[in-house]
Design a binder for this molecule. Sequence first.
Ligand SMILES: [Zn+2]
Ligand SMILES: [Zn+2]
Length: 207
Amino acid sequence: MAYDSEWRFSGSRRVPRPERVEICEQCGKRVGMSYPDCPLCFDAIERFWLADWAALLEIEQVDAGMPDETLLAQVVIEESERHPWTVVDMAMSLLRCGTCGNELGSRYNECGECGMAFGSSLVSEYGATMNEHALHIGRWVLRHKQQHGENSIIGWQRTMPRVLTGWLPTTPEAQQMGKRIKDGELDVVDEWLAEVDRQINAKADLN
Ligand SMILES: [Zn+2]
Ligand SMILES: [Zn+2]
C-alpha cells in the first residue's frame, strides 16, 4: 500500500475539535467524561478515530463490517509505522490479541503482545502535538480502565472533556491536580476545572 507522508501525520485531524466544554445530554457530565459507557460521550471522542479509519477504508475500497476490514486491520498492525496513531488504534480495536484473547492492545500492562501493539501506536504518534498525545493516552486509560489505578482514571475522566477542546494543563497544574485527587479533594479539583471551562468557553464566545 502506498501512502503519502501527509497520511501518516493526519491522526485525529479530520474532524474539527469542539470549541466549548458542554454538558452531555445523556449522562449529565461534561461531554467525554463518561467514555466509553455513555453513547454520546463515546461518540464525542471516538469520532476522531472513526473518521480516520473511514478515510483508510475509502482509500482501500473496503466496506466496514466486512471480513476484508479485519484483514486490513491486520495489515495496518504489520505496517503500523506507515499509519497515523488513530488508525493503528482502530486496527487494534478490531482485532483480538493472539496471546491473551482480549481486544488487541487492551492488556498492555500485563500482556507482551498487547504491550507491543500499544507501543506501535505510541510510535505512530510521530508528528503529533502534546494535546493529541493527551487525547491518545486519555482514550486508552478510559477505554481500558482495568489497566489503571482509580486516581489515574479520575484524573483522565476530568481532563478529557477539556483536552477535547485543545486545552492542556501546565505541568504544575497537572501535579497539583494529581495531588488533590490523591488526597480525595475532588471538590477542589472540580471547582478549578469549572473555572478552566469558563475560560475555554469565554474564548470560544470571542470567535
Ligand atoms: Zn455522556
Ligand atoms: Zn494481549
